[in-house]
Structure formats: C-alpha cells, structure tokens
Design a protein around this ligand. Structure first.
Ligand SMILES: [Zn+2]
Length: 377
C-alpha cells in the first residue's frame, strides 16, 4: 500500500474514533452538535455515523426538544454492544457481575463456595460463570472476556498469584480459570481492581489513596491517572502498615498491621457480631460499647490516612464492602481526627466514599475489558 493510501486509512479510522468517543462522552448528542464540537464537515460526520450505525456501535433513538425547525435525532452508543464479565473471588464466596461499555452493572450474582486451590473448585467456579452468562441470555460474541479479581499479589504478567496468604492461593494461575472458559480471561489483584473502578468513577483525579474496606483490608495508590503497581506489584498494600508492633497477630506473620484494626473481620471480631447487625444497632444509638468500637475503628483509620497523606498528598477514597455503611457523620468524625494532629490539613471534600459495596472488585475487574475495547475504537 502506498504511503498516501495508508494515511487516508489512518485519517478515516481516526475520524471514526473521534466521532464514537464524542458520542460516548456526551451520552446523547445530535449530528449538528458533533459537526460543531469536532469541527468536522457534515459529510464526514454523516459518513462516520452511517458506518458506526451499520456496525451496530451506535443507535439513533428519540428526538431532542425542538428549538424551532426540525427536531434533532438523539444519537447514542449502544452500551451493551459488548459485555464484560467481572468475578470477585473471596474465601467463602465469589461475586459475578456483567457490565456494559459504560461500566454500568447489568446483573450480579453471589455464590457461596469455599475457596480451595483444587481443580474441583475451579471447575465449579467456571461452570457457574458459564451458567451466569447463559441465564442472562448474553450472546457469546458479545462477551469481551472474564476478568477475575482475587485477594493476593499478582505477578507482573498477570498470570498468577505470587503472594496469597489470606486464601492460601499462592500459585493460583490464570489457566485454572481460562482452560474451562471459551473467553479471554484476565487476573487482577482485588485492591487494584477496586481502584480501577474508583478511578473510572472519578476521571478528574490525578492521584488518590484507595482503602478497600473489605473483609480483609486492601489498598491501592493512584498517581498520574494510573494504578501504581511497584517493582514487585505490592504498591498500596496498606493493610500491612504497622500501627502497633505489640498488637494482634496479622495473617502475614507480623503484629499490629492495619489489617488487625481496620478490616471488616477485625471490626466484627471486636464487636462480636456481623457488620450488618453492627451498623443496625450502632445507628439506633442504643449501645455505648458499639459506639466505642466504631470510634476506635475510625481512629485507627484516621491514623493511617494522616500518615499516608504525608506520602501522597491527594484525596482518600473509602471503597468496598464497608463503604456502603459509611455515613456523613462518620466522614465528619474521620476528618476531625485526621486534622487534629496533622501539620497539613486534609479537606473534608477530599474524603470520597465508593458506592458499589461488595461488588467493587468484580466491577473494577470487568472494566479491564471495557477499557480495552474502547481504546481499540
Ligand atoms: Zn500484616
């Protein structure tokens, strides 16, 4: 092919990409708006809209209110043109979600199944994933892939778990899943997957420290709009920051890690009841003991936030299971505690709370495929 031919092809692809991404960002737009905003000729826009529509990527659906003259047709992307499946593996259960190209969750499911690093376990999980896809009637060709978030540090090539003390899943391999699934598969550390979702929901953030407040604590660092991985992939493992060298034993073998104070497991152990019961009774304000337990929890969280904010001067995101129970008054208290002793104050508005609860890692994992697809257009 001549150089000129190649360039023309590139320009065509670039224009198609520009038009698609503009529609994606706007959610609903009109042909005229695209022409004006992208400063593209009417015929070029018309041609690209026709191509995108023929490929099934966009749809013309409904009309904008007329401001005089003919009503403009509303143009949108087809959000479920492709579907990403996210899986969140935990010690005693796993979550599954399906997400569209906006990262909106279409359906979820939770299966109680104790983890074991055995062929039988992986067979059962992958069977359930296939059932989940079939039950929701997703056409095979629409599935971009299955992305699996698991506890444990992942190898840089995302092929296996290199440190998995919580679930005893060191050595868990991507092929354990992919050999039984007719889809692309991807493996991700659950804390990093959670951070992907938070970054997706807050594209304006350059940097942030993410606390994954799950049954076991996790964390991630966002810098320069990316999840910081580190030389051996353990950047953001804030759960093992030492709070009290004489404290309770952590699963990592050390004492007094943040995990032993701020994980959901630690809170439940301290309160002697499930998180669900704990918050119900706490909010009724009937028990001074539970109020004390909660203050204690927030005090330790504030301690960690204050120290981490000195390393990364950026917003804090509280994400995961416990985040769905956190209320405004808790953020007020947390903010007071953080600023009581810090030389630099952290604005209350810089404490953000995630909204996807226990499904956070699974949704974040699924975004891997949605993002890959969007980048390819
Ligand atoms: Zn530890």
């Amino acid at each position: 092919m001549t150089e000129k031919g190649l360039t023309t092809l590139n320009i065509k692809k670039l224009n198609k990409s520009k038009v698609y991404h503009y529609i994606y960002r706007k959610k609903a737009t009109s042909k005229l708006q695209i022409v004006q905003e992208l400063e593209m000729g009417l015929s070029t826009v018309s041609q690209n809209l026709r191509i995108l529509e023929e490929e099934g990527l966009i749809e013309r659906n409904g009309y904008f209110d007329s401001t005089g003259g003919r009503k403009a047709q509303a143009i949108r992307i087809v959000a479920d043109f492709r579907i990403s499946i996210g899986v969140g593996i935990l010690k005693n259960m796993f979550h599954m979600i399906a997400a569209d190209l906006y990262g909106n969750v279409i359906c979820t499911d939770t299966i109680a199944l104790p983890y074991s690093n055995s062929p039988g376990y992986y067979r059962q999980v992958t069977e359930k994933i296939r059932e989940f896809i079939a039950r929701n009637c997703f056409e095979e060709r629409k599935i971009l892939g299955v992305s699996i978030a698991t506890q444990g540090i992942i190898s840089p090539d995302h092929e296996k778990v290199t440190y998995g003390k919580i679930m005893d899943n060191t050595g868990m391999h991507l092929t354990d899943f992919s050999r039984n699934l007719p889809y692309h598969c991807h493996l991700e550390h659950d804390s990093k997957a959670a951070a992907c979702l938070e970054l997706w929901n807050h594209p304006e953030l350059d940097s942030a420290v993410v606390f994954l407040l799950n049954r076991n604590l996790g964390g991630a660092i966002i810098t320069n709009h990316c999840i910081h991985q580190g030389n051996s992939m353990h950047s953001g493992a804030i759960e093992h920051i030492c709070i009290d060298p004489e404290g309770a034993l952590c699963y990592c073998g050390n004492r007094g890690c943040l995990e032993t104070f701020c994980s959901v497991d630690a809170l439940e152990q301290e309160a002697g009841m499930s998180v669900k019961d704990f918050f119900q009774r706490l909010r009724e304000k009937q028990s001074a003991q539970l109020t004390e337990n909660w203050k204690n929890y927030l005090d330790h969280l504030a301690f960690a936030i204050r120290n981490l904010n000195l390393v990364i001067d950026a917003p804090i995101i509280l994400s995961g299971y416990l985040a769905s129970y956190i209320q405004e008054e808790d953020i007020d208290y947390l903010s007071e505690c953080i600023n009581l002793k810090s030389p630099f104050s952290l604005n209350r508005k810089e404490i953000l709370v995630g909204i996807h609860g226990q499904y956070t890692p699974a949704i974040g994992a699924a975004l891997f495929y949605a993002e890959q697809f969007l980048n390819g257009i």
